[in-house]
Write a protein that binds this ligand. Structure first.
Ligand code: FEO
Length: 399
């Protein structure tokens, strides 16, 4: 029996909780799982908006058939071709061979590339309408949020925005589907981790999409992953606005790479000194232990960052290099950075972090400290100076 939830009189959420997959896109840990949200509109003409990952194909087709009964599926609307949403297209087309596939100019080459489908295509452009009877759908392009063919579908009749990856989240829906049916505080970390790691690179495009959609009345935002926004629409739009313009909240993320504990000890001193200097939110991560997606999630939230590394073969500790490479790839801006580390026999960690700061154009705060091996009393005092300088910057920027 279909796991369906009504969004309005004729609009259904058909969602799949994936608790088995370990890595999203084969790289992001899914401790809390993920959902694939498809939507069905049962009007005079029927339409399915997006599908699901391939393992859920059979169930999705069963559910559509159960809901539509004798009726056929007239339209399959493809907001996004990434296989986490397009994985069931072939099975849907096999079940409904006359279904018309709705996409834009950039959708169809990818459709053919992945699934060899070239027939029954209906191309739409910016602002085009599709009438289903009672419902009219309108299409808006949101390129690179998060692939070039990405678009959103707006139900003009019920004011529902089918927003594709935008406003989506990691995490399964455990009974609650709408934002007011669940504890949002449990979801916030996974919403931002999804944004920062999946969409974050495309902040400028998110800004364009927000601006484009700002003029339409929205009663529901129905994304392709995670919860449906109903009561907290201004909240999530404000978050997207802040995250896509790289605004950071007061707080500091201290991340270290340490082999024998000396750099880690310096991180602990700095964290304590930050608190003593009045910083309220301090997070400390071991780059070798925590997946970069969680660290980047917090760096996207907080304005202050302090990186430390031991030396490793004359360079930086590899997990720190990995983290910095990811951050450069995403192009996060507007951060303060403090630098510390331990040189042992050759150094290299502090030098690499300083070079990173220059390349990513973060604002260096305080004077870097590099202990020769174990931190001396004077090294610890210099750690305090970095913490104080960071606190001063953050307290300043709060005003
Ligand atoms: Fe959820 Fe970009 O696919």
């Amino acid at each position: 029996m279909a796991l369906k939830v009504k969004l309005s009189e004729r609009v259904y959420w058909l969602g799949f909780n994936d608790r088995r997959k370990h890595l999203f896109e084969n790289q992001w840990p899914l401790e809390k799982g993920v959902t694939y949200n498809a939507y069905l509109i049962d009007d005079e003409k029927t339409a399915l908006i997006d599908t699901a990952e391939a393992p859920f194909s059979g169930e999705l087709v069963d559910w559509i058939q159960e809901l539509l009964g004798e009726k056929t599926l007239d339209y399959l609307i493809i907001n996004h071709m990434e296989p986490d949403h397009s994985g069931a297209i072939k099975e849907v087309v096999q079940a409904y061979p006359n279904v018309i596939i709705v996409g834009n100019r950039k959708t169809f080459p990818i459709l053919e590339g992945f699934y060899g489908i070239t027939k029954n295509l209906h191309e739409v452009s910016e602002g085009d309408n599709l009438n289903l009877g009672k419902h009219t759908l309108q299409f808006f392009m949101i390129p690179m949020v998060h692939w070039p063919e990405s678009m959103v579908t707006y139900d003009v009749t019920d004011k529902i925005l089918f927003s594709n990856d935008a406003f989506g989240s990691f995490g399964t829906l455990n009974g609650g589907v709408f934002d007011d049916e669940l504890d949002l505080t449990c979801f916030n970390e996974e919403i931002r981790r999804y944004y920062s790691n999946i969409v974050g690179k495309y902040g400028a495009q998110v800004q364009k999409a927000l601006s484009k959609l700002s003029g339409i009345e929205i009663k529901l935002i129905a994304p392709s992953h995670g919860l449906i926004w109903r009561s907290q629409i201004p909240y999530i739009i404000e978050k997207y606005n802040n995250w896509s313009t790289h605004k950071g909240e007061p707080g500091v993320v201290v991340v270290f790479g340490s082999m024998y504990g000396n750099t880690e000890r310096m991180a602990d001193y700095i964290a304590r000194f930050l608190i003593e200097a009045g910083v309220k939110n301090v997070k400390v991560y071991d780059s070798a232990k925590t997946h970069t997606s969680y660290i980047i999630n917090d760096i996207w939230k907080y304005k202050g960052v302090i990186f430390g590394s031991c030396a490793y073969n004359g360079g930086i500790f590899p997990p720190m290099a990995h983290l910095m490479s990811d951050l450069e790839h995403y192009g996060l801006r507007e951060r303060y950075l403090g630098v510390f580390g331990s040189a042992s026999w050759g150094g290299g960690g502090v030098r690499a972090i300083t070079k990173f700061a220059d390349e990513i154009k973060w604002d260096l705060v305080g004077e870097s400290v590099e202990a020769r091996c174990a931190p001396s009393v004077s090294d610890v005092e210099r750690c305090r100076e970095i913490a104080n300088a960071m606190a001063a910057k953050l307290l300043d920027s709060k005003q």
